[in-house]
Ligand binder design. Structure first.
Ligand code: AP5
Length: 216
């Protein structure tokens, strides 16, 4: 099964994609994570993306499309993938259609995570992750079981994203509204769009996502 998780910054796409990956063996394809890895490695792509990401602006379509095209052709994606953060523009959505056609794959569901915009900044500003394994946490909504120790790998080092601040969030939200929200009618017209309540508790959001994936 191949799905897209669609929603604004902080909607919970990464949180739910990690859980779907663990439980169902689908592969999480996060363009944000891929770009952050490119920035950390200092590659040419990373150098082009760094400033844009820090300002909360979108990275040009051609750079992103190349990343995803290479990734979904890998053997581990044969069991299904979860697109987290892609597509984000109509040009990316059209490019995805072409990639799927070319590789004989199909898009089964687009899950819209509906959230109250006011809650998003609190989610974003409180987010942190394990510096070693990448497990995600939140100051208020998801603290490690033992303070300062990662539940998954036991590391005691954590990091916060540079773009996770209230100021950059305004630009990220504006980009979402102008460029990504128009994808909702695009996918609704194809009959693959389903909505879940992204404001619910994490377990309940997961339950709702599992529900809309039944029968695909
Ligand atoms: P990206 O990394 O994709 O960031 P984003 O879309 O802004 O999404 P986030 O990762 O911030 O949020 P999320 O929905 O995954 O929420 P999470 O689960 O972490 O992109 C970063 C940048 O890269 C972009 O700005 C752009 O520059 C570039 N980029 C990436 N893809 C691109 C593309 N396709 N085209 C162009 N440019 C691209 O949850 C957030 C927090 O809330 C966590 O702490 C979590 O614990 C907590 N939380 C989650 N669910 C709940 C819940 N139900 N209740 C309470 N708390 C919750």
């Amino acid at each position: 099964m191949n799905i897209i998780l669609l929603g604004p910054p902080g909607a919970g796409k990464g949180t739910q994609a990690q859980r779907l990956q663990q439980d169902r063996g689908m592969v999480q394809l996060s363009t944000g994570d891929m770009l952050r890895a490119a920035v950390a490695s200092g590659s040419e792509l990373g150098q082009k993306a760094k400033g844009l990401m820090e300002r909360g602006e979108l990275v040009p379509d051609d750079l992103i499309v190349g990343l995803i095209e290479n990734r979904i052709a890998q053997p581990d994606c044969a069991n299904g993938f979860i697109l987290d953060g892609f597509p984000r523009t109509e040009a990316q959505a059209r490019a995805l259609d072409k990639m799927l056609d070319k590789t004989g794959k199909k898009l089964d569901r687009v899950v819209e995570m509906e959230v109250d915009e006011k809650a998003l900044t609190e989610r974003i500003v409180g987010r942190f992750s394990c510096a070693k394994c990448g497990a995600g946490y939140h100051d208020k909504f998801k603290r490690p079981k033992v303070d300062g120790v990662c539940d998954v790998c036991g590391s005691t080092e954590f990091s916060r994203r540079k773009d996770d601040n209230a100021e950059t969030m305004k630009t990220r939200m504006a980009a979402y509204r102008a460029q990504t929200e128009p994808l909702l009618p695009y996918y609704s017209a194809r009959g693959v769009l389903r909505k879940v309540d992204g404001m619910a508790q994490m377990d309940e959001v997961y339950r709702q996502i599992s529900g809309v994936l039944v029968g695909t």
